[in-house]
Design a protein around this ligand. Structure first.
Ligand SMILES: [Zn+2]
Length: 83
């Protein structure tokens, strides 16, 4: 993960991380442009949303949907998925 200094735009280094809630962290960051800037600051890192859900969740969702279908339709769908 690349972090830049909000003051000078130089590359910055994450020196530590503090989890403040589930999936939300404060990142303690130091600017690497120590001669001209040398700022230290705190940035936030938070989980936002999945682009692809975890495989286990997809399988559980599919199983939940499948079991509510009539048996012949379940068999047909399972047969089709083995192509
Ligand atoms: Zn800087």
């Amino acid at each position: 993960m690349r972090v830049t200094c909000p003051h000078c735009g130089s590359k910055a280094t994450i020196t530590s991380r503090e989890n403040i809630a589930d999936n939300v962290s404060d990142l303690y960051v130091s600017c690497t442009n120590v001669k001209e800037c040398g700022a230290t600051f705190v940035s936030s890192l938070a989980f936002k949303h999945y682009l692809n859900p975890p495989r286990g969740d997809v399988a559980r969702l599919a199983a939940g949907v499948l079991k509510n279908l009539p048996k012949p339709m379940q068999i047909e769908l399972l047969d089709r998925s083995q192509l």
